[in-house]
Design a binder for this molecule. Structure first.
Ligand SMILES: [Zn+2]
Length: 277
C-alpha cells in the first residue's frame, strides 16, 4: 500500500530510487551481527535493498512534498532518481506542489529541487512551491567553506539557487507547519535534522527522515552509523523517537526503509519489529 490516511491527511509514498545498502557501511561495528539477523534479506553481494522515498502529503488542501530525493543528475555512487516519473504516474505535476519541506540537506533529500532543462539552464523544478528549511540546517551547510567542497556540489546545484527566489521559509525547532503537521527536531544525523509529526482527527504518524536508515535500529537503536554527523546524539535521538512512536501507536514512515516504508512498530517475542501497512 503506498497511500495511507492519517485523520484528514493523505500520505502517498513516491519512490525516487531503490538503493542498495551495505551493513558494513551502515553499522561497521555490528555488521557481522546484522548480516546474521538480516541474512534472509541479503542479496548475493550481501547488500540490503533500501529505498530513497519521498512523501506527498495532502493537508488542508495543499500538496506538500517531504524531501525531493537524489534527483535526475548522474552522481558518483548514487542511483539516478525518477521522482519526475513517479510524480507523473501519481497524476501530479511539479507545478501543483505548494510546499517542499526538507528534513535535512543531504544529497539524497534535495536532488529534484532543480533540474537542468534542454536549454542548458537549471531551474527550480517545483516552480510554484515554497520551501521550508530549518535555519540551523541551512546555517550549518550553506557556508562558503562547505559550498566549496566538491562533495557538496549538490548544495550548489540544488539548494543555493533557492536563495534568491524569496520562496524559502526558515523555521526554528519544533514549530507548526499547518493545523496537522509539526516539525519534530531529531538532531544527530545532521545538526538541524527534523522529523515531521502528523496529528489529525486523533490519528498520528511520524515521517522520521534519516533518524534511522534501516529497521535494524528498532532493536538496536544504539548501533552507531558513520553517516550520522554526531553518532551518539543520533543514537539517543532515534531511541527516543521509537519510544514515542511505539507509546503513541503512531504510524512510522521511513524514507530509506524498504519502499513504501510505512507501517507500525509491533512486538514479536517481546522484540520490536516493523509491520508494513
Ligand atoms: Zn538520506
Amino acid at each position: 500500500m503506498n497511500t495511507v490516511k492519517i485523520g484528514n491527511v493523505e500520505i502517498t509514498a513516491l519512490q525516487d530510487s531503490p538503493f542498495l545498502m551495505n551493513p558494513r557501511v551502515l553499522v561497521p561495528e555490528h555488521a557481522d551481527e546484522m548480516l546474521v539477523e538480516w541474512g534472509h534479506q541479503l542479496d548475493a553481494r550481501q547488500l540490503l535493498m533500501n529505498s530513497i522515498t519521498t512523501y506527498l502529503l495532502r493537508s488542508e488542501g495543499k500538496n506538500i512534498l517531504i524531501d525531493t530525493g537524489v534527483g535526475g543528475r548522474r552522481r558518483p555512487g548514487m542511483p539516478p532518481g525518477k521522482l519526475d516519473e513517479t510524480l507523473a504516474a501519481a497524476g501530479i505535476s511539479p507545478s501543483e506542489i505548494d510546499l517542499v519541506i526538507h528534513t535535512h540537506l543531504h544529497i539524497d533529500h534535495v536532488g529534484w529541487n532543480t533540474v537542468e532543462y534542454a536549454d542548458g539552464k537549471s531551474r527550480v523544478f517545483f516552480d510554484r512551491a515554497r520551501f521550508m528549511i530549518q535555519q540551523i540546517e541551512w546555517d550549518y551547510w550553506m557556508t562558503p567553506e562547505m559550498l566549496a567542497e566538491p562533495r557538496n556540489l549538490h548544495l550548489v546545484e540544488c539548494v543555493k539557487p533557492l536563495e534568491g527566489t524569496g520562496r524559502i521559509d526558515f523555521r526554528t525547532g519544533e514549530s507548526a507547519i499547518d493545523a496537522n503537521l509539526t516539525f519534530v527536531p531529531t538532531p544527530g544525523h545532521t545538526p538541524g535534522h527534523v522529523a515531521i509529526g502528523i496529528l489529525s482527527a486523533g490519528e498520528r504518524a511520524v515521517i522520521i527522515g534519516d533518524a534511522s536508515h534501516h529497521p535494524v535500529h528498532l532493536v538496536h537503536p544504539d548501533w552507531q552509523v558513520p553517516l550520522d554527523r554526531d553518532r551518539e546524539l543520533a543514537a539517543r535521538t532515534r531511541a527516543k523517537l521509537f519510544d514515542e512512536v511505539e507509546r503513541d501507536g503512531s504510524t512510522l514512515i521511513a524514507g530509506h526503509w524498504t519502499y513504501p516504508g510505512m507501517g507500525r512498530i509491533v512486538r514479536l517475542d517481546g522484540k520490536r519489529s516493523f509491520q508494513a501497512l
